[in-house]
Design a protein around this ligand. Structure first.
Ligand SMILES: [Zn+2]
Length: 285
């Protein structure tokens, strides 16, 4: 074989490999199941949902920049896009980490309530959202957000606009939603308290879920027996920091969950809780 032909073949071969290897790697790494990662961010909430179609949804960001480290651990290095960011309510342990996320990730859109809160971290978050020109949508009624053909978010609460409203208890402004994939349901309640649970029960919404992100870090002001009777979770995730100042989670709530037959996972015990679903069953990864 003449040397020139050999050279051309060699170059073509290398070029084919350069294209094929990343393609194979990308396809191989694309999530085929729904992934719900309850990120260990200490005393706070941050939940990363990865859909089978490759979308990333981040609900809350925890109390500091730890969320950046956790996103890095749970997303491939080249994936810097958050398709949907949801802020359940503007307390520091939910909003603070989202500021840094806005700076480092391409955030496509945001859902929040717009309830009034004048703490510095929330105001900085709002300013960063404006600077980055991320479209904001107010949750003002129960609605469905389709993430893909097979994955959707059912927003259950709030049922009315809280924009510029001052609430006696901001926890009760929390966005409550159900993530649905096939037959599997995840109920995420932010820090919603007993009043919100009552409203949800009265709304007649189907609250049954395989997985419950336990409200308000497992405090005694959330997860009433009546609510639990309707949700009937098989798995319960409590997002708390080790030795936190609030005494979360409350022992009575843990007992209540156990009596309801839920298997409990705590971020202060096992770190990030990674659950997967194929639409038929949910399992711990
Ligand atoms: Zn909280």
């Amino acid at each position: 074989m003449p040397a020139r032909v050999y050279k051309i073949l060699l170059i073509l071969g290398i070029a084919a490999m350069v294209v094929a290897i990343p393609l194979f790697w990308l396809t191989y790494n694309a999530p085929r199941n729904l992934e719900v990662n309850f990120l260990d961010v200490g005393q706070g909430d941050a939940v990363l949902i990865k859909t089978p179609g490759g979308q990333n949804v981040l609900i809350d960001g925890g109390p500091d920049k730890t969320v950046i480290k956790r996103l890095g651990e749970n997303l491939p290095w080249w994936d810097k896009q958050i398709d949907l960011m949801i802020l359940t309510h503007p307390h520091d342990d939910h909003v603070t980490g989202l500021i840094e996320v806005l700076k480092r990730y391409r955030v496509k859109r945001i859902l929040y309530t717009g309830a009034t809160h004048n703490a510095p971290n929330y105001l900085t978050w709002l300013k960063t959202v404006r600077d980055k020109e991320v479209p904001l949508t107010i949750v003002d009624k129960a609605r469905t957000v389709a993430l893909s053909q097979s994955v959707k978010l059912e927003i259950l609460y709030p049922e009315k606009s809280l924009l510029n409203k001052t609430l006696a208890d901001l926890n009760d402004s929390s966005i409550v939603l159900q993530l649905i994939y096939g037959q599997n349901k995840f109920l995420l309640t932010g820090d919603a308290g007993l009043a919100v649970e009552k409203a949800l029960l009265a709304s007649g919404a189907d609250l049954a879920a395989d997985v419950l992100k336990v409200g308000h870090h497992g405090s005694e002001y959330s997860t009433s027996q009546e609510f639990l009777d309707k949700v009937k979770p098989r798995l319960a995730v409590i997002m708390v920091g080790k030795d936190n100042d609030f005494g979360h989670p409350n022992l009575r709530i843990i007992k209540r969950l156990e009596r309801a037959g839920a298997r409990i996972f705590r971020t202060d015990g096992v770190g990030t809780v990674k659950l997967k679903s194929d639409g038929m069953k949910v399992w711990l990864d």
